[in-house]
Design a protein around this ligand. Sequence first.
Ligand code: DGY
Length: 328
Amino acid sequence: MALRKPKVIVTRKLPDAVETRMRELFDTELNLDDTPMDVETLAAALARAEVLACTITDRLDGDLIARAGPQLKLIANFGVGVDHIDVTAANARGIVVTNTPGVLTEDTADLTMGLILAAARRVVEGANIVQAGDFHGWTPTWMLGRRLSGKRLGIVGMGRIGQALAKRARAFGLAVHYHNRKPVGARIAEELEATYWESLDQMLARTDVISVNCPHTPATYHLLSARRLKLLQPHALVINTARGEIIDEAALAGMLQRGEIAGAGLDVYEHEPAINPKLLKLPNVVLLPHMSSATIEGRIEMGEKVIINIRTWMDGHRPPDRVIPSML
Ligand code: DGY
């Protein structure tokens, strides 16, 4: 007997291959023109769907989840971060939340390493000079950056992406330091020659490049607060490909403007897509538009994970990527 196809509403345009498969498997409503859904459109979707396939651009807070119909059983997020979803409120209404971990680890780590290089070696500044027609020949003292080899990288959050970054950083000659709720296992620590800091304050004061790679949760909101940012050394670089809310962006922008730290490479922002206007004017920052996981391969694999989570739920099993609030 053919399985009944559940009503799945997809909130944003996904890669064609993913959408086609979803149409084959489920009673799927697509968002072909990719208009972000406003609160009322999202509420209407929650009132009709059995599965909502959403993304980071959909803010599903407790109030909105309270408006879901009784038929809504699964929120299958296309993305790993779930800080835009009140998972506890969803679970309290019997709605399971899933995400797509693992498949964007390598892409995110690649671009994080790219931002470290770009910030240390002034890559974007140099490219802009050439494009503006302002390159008038080599000089010994112009466009000097900072060498990475031999420096210390402090990774805040040593999960999958933090560890993938650490492997890349080792290849560039950086010494790996990290702060995490718990130290990583002995084998991984040995392989990465990684130094664990229980105290984030102490690590910040001793490392040359800081990379934020932890999830955004109530516990990590403004983890890099104005007070903690002041602990950084003046030549330090701050890199963030996780979530903007983890850093006090106004404090960071002020310190960069006053030259109290050397530079930053940011892919995410506290009030995304708005960016602190001070940051936009600074030469010592590299700013990207939340694209660290943006590869076609990664997006297709994210879609495949969404499909597997929905299929497993349809079959009456626990979806492999169920989000458990206490594990965030
Ligand atoms: C993620 O998967 O969390 C990316 O930041 C996009 O949402």
